[in-house]
Ligand binder design. Structure first.
Ligand code: PEP
Ligand code: MG
Length: 355
């Protein structure tokens, strides 16, 4: 990264006329967090929990997961950390949980698997809640949502995990304190109660959001907004599903394009609907890490974008060199274009003008 870019890493991601968009990190392994914090990310926009599940021979226990998630949450104690529940299937497989099917990207993936296996989901959510105790920067996001029933089911499992854990914590502490002091007098009982209450209060129910990556959600935003606190677009999958192009198939790679007019219009509609229903909207796919993508998302009204750490300073630099008015002009013009080719040539031209 050049010096001029690194100089802005710690400055706010703000246009010349004062419009800000938060820049966060995408992560999946704990290594490298400190370095990324140095690059100026304001928290984690997407922690892909399936990644630490991959290089193993069995599912990690609740205790193992708690330890891992705690490290992640502690890396950004002042900022939000959005953890995604397990998103396996599609192209991501676990050696100890084989899935064999004809169209994996249209098959058993993400929330579909964890709702069919509430045991896996509950252990993971319990570990997240435990890890979050007394830090309280956790937000939970659900992958591959295509309808409201999945959201209702997932939220009811999260509530179950939360209330069971709270009860267990209080019972455990009471038991511990009572066994330490067998005299069982009034004072000990009160101390135990206070400690138990404090511990229970340290366990908070986090905000819950969903990934917008299956096109069907674009037409259910109102009902979804009633159920969740925030939305985050997975533009990698949204592009794949909107254009019916496998994101990993080189044969059709030229058709896979997040700057396709249909994808941009979908993003614009999502941003407008989120604002209309009063929900925060972010984007955590690769599009956010491209300068023209970040400018368009800013103009559409996205609150946050998240990306790999090394892209953070560059995106900040670009945003800090434009005005919101310029971004709006670029968006307005882009939305009138009808082919991906026109979009790319127009945006490249504009970026060159910006230097
Ligand atoms: C996405 O789909 O854009 C996304 C961020 O999730 P993943 O790449 O892990 O599917
Ligand atoms: Mg995805």
């Amino acid at each position: 990264l050049t010096d001029k870019v690194m100089k802005v890493a710690h400055l706010p991601c703000m246009t010349r006329d004062g419009k800000t968009i938060e820049v966060l990190l995408n992560a999946g392994l704990s290594a490298g967090f400190e370095h990324s914090a140095k690059l100026g990310a304001l928290g984690i926009g997407l922690y892909r929990t399936e990644i630490p599940f991959m290089n193993r021979s069995c599912f990690p226990s609740e205790q193992e997961q708690t330890k891992l998630y705690r490290k992640v949450l502690q890396a950004f104690p002042e900022h939000g950390v959005t953890m995604r529940t397990l998103d396996v299937g599609g192209d991501k497989s676990l050696p100890y949980f084989p899935i064999s099917e004809e169209n994996p990207f249209l098959g058993w993936r993400g929330i579909r698997i964890t709702l069919d296996h509430p045991d896996i989901f509950l252990v993971q959510v319990r570990a997240m809640l435990r890890a979050n105790q007394d830090i309280n920067n956790l937000e939970i996001i659900l992958p591959m949502i295509s309808g409201v029933e999945e959201v209702d089911e997932a939220i009811s499992l999260i509530n179950q995990a939360f209330f069971e854990l709270k009860t267990e914590l209080v019972t455990d502490i009471n038991a511990q304190l009572m066994s330490k002091n067998s005299s069982n007098d009034e004072l000990t009982f009160q101390q135990a109660q206070r400690k138990a209450q404090k511990t229970a209060a340290g366990l908070v129910r986090p905000k819950i959001g969903i990934m917008l990556e299956v096109p069907a959600v674009i037409f259910q935003m109102e009902a979804l907004a009633k159920r969740v606190d925030f939305f985050s677009v997975g533009s990698n999958d949204l592009t794949q599903y909107l254009l019916a192009v496998d994101r990993n198939n080189s044969q059709v790679a030229t058709l896979y394009d997040a700057f396709h007019p249909a994808v941009l219009k979908a993003l614009y509609s999502i941003a407008q609907q989120s604002a209309q229903h009063g929900r925060a909207i972010s984007l955590c796919g690769e599009l956010a890490a491209q300068p023209a993508g970040a400018i368009l998302l800013l103009a559409m009204g996205f609150d946050k974008i998240s990306m790999n750490g090394h892209n953070v300073p560059r995106i900040k630099w670009v945003i800090r060199h434009i005005t919101l008015a310029q971004a709006h002009t670029m968006l307005d013009k882009t939305l009138t274009l009808t082919t991906p080719k026109q979009v790319h040539s127009y945006l490249n031209e504009q970026l060159e003008l910006l230097g």
